[in-house]
Design a protein around this ligand. Structure first.
Ligand code: ADP
Ligand code: ADP
Length: 238
């Protein structure tokens, strides 16, 4: 069952730089795909084109058989709800609580500010349930900026999960963490995706982490896919 299908998707930025050459990629439901490549390889551009943060200048993207991208503001909102994103710098609001930050994930599927507040009891209970899943229930009312880097990324994951996505996109989610914390955060992300049969595309630059977690690895260099295979097939110089 195909969850995501990219057909010849390319991205050229406003300065004329082609960051993504026409790319074909098919991802199966429940697959944990790792995009592996050095900084500047085009991983972030590929992920952002999938959820509509970047507009491709060519090709087609289908999520679950439905076209993605900016068909209309309404479709784009629903598309982004389905494709939740986890960022390297988590983009949390430091002065807000963990709970408030996780509830922000619900903005993805809401249309107007008027519908945001007050949060319903059901919304809050759902947010607390995902906070519990990432192991931070005791921190739910702590300010986000009092948490460690690894804890903050767990909040970023919870904020993505509360959207109820069917595709999880994580852009270098562990790049700013020390190796042990990075492995812990990826273990958590991997466990949740496998338990929920959630499809994930995670960009990394460490070969050893790709080997540990990937079902399949797509290697990128200079805006192109240069490798596609099982983690066991990885050589050191990908
Ligand atoms: P525009 O479409 O308005 O020309 P761009 O898409 O080129 O804008 O750039 C969007 C943002 O990305 C800007 O904030 C810009 O500063 C930043 N940016 C521009 N060039 C690069 C680059 N080479 N790498 C990373 N970010 C860049
Ligand atoms: P990665 O995620 O693998 O580090 P990126 O997708 O961020 O790679 O970047 C791919 C290429 O596109 C790089 O050469 C980068 O400088 C360039 N780039 C990224 N964002 C922008 C932007 N907004 N405007 C112009 N160039 C960009």
């Amino acid at each position: 069952e195909t969850q995501l299908n990219l057909k010849g998707v390319s991205v050229t930025y406003g300065d004329g730089h082609r960051a993504l050459q026409p790319t074909h990629l098919s991802v199966a439901r429940g697959e944990f795909l790792v995009l592996l490549g050095a900084s500047g390889a085009g991983k972030s551009t590929l992920l952002r084109s999938i959820n509509g943060l970047v507009r491709p200048d060519g090709g087609q993207i289908e999520v679950h058989g439905l076209p993605g991208g900016a068909v209309s503001a309404r479709n784009l909102r629903e598309h982004r709800r389905r494709c939740a994103m986890v960022f390297q710098q988590h983009h949390l609001i430091g002065r807000q609580t963990v709970l408030a930050n996780v509830l922000m994930g619900k903005l993805a599927s809401r249309g107007s500010l008027a519908s945001l507040w007050p949060w319903s009891r059901a919304d809050k209970l759902q947010a607390l349930a995902v906070i519990d899943r990432v192991g931070l229930l005791d921190k739910a009312l702590a300010r986000a900026d009092t948490l460690s880097g690894g804890q903050q990324q767990r909040v970023g994951i919870a904020r993505a999960l509360v959207q109820g996505p069917n595709l999880l996109l994580a852009d270098e989610p562990v790049a700013s963490l020390d190796p042990a914390t990075a492995q812990g955060v990826l273990t958590l992300l991997h466990d949740i995706c496998k338990k929920d049969r959630l499809t994930a595309i995670v960009s990394l630059h460490q070969v050893n982490l790709a080997r540990l977690f990937a079902d399949r690895v797509v290697g990128m260099r200079q805006g192109q896919v240069v490798f596609e295979g099982l983690p066991a097939q990885l050589t050191k110089d990908v």
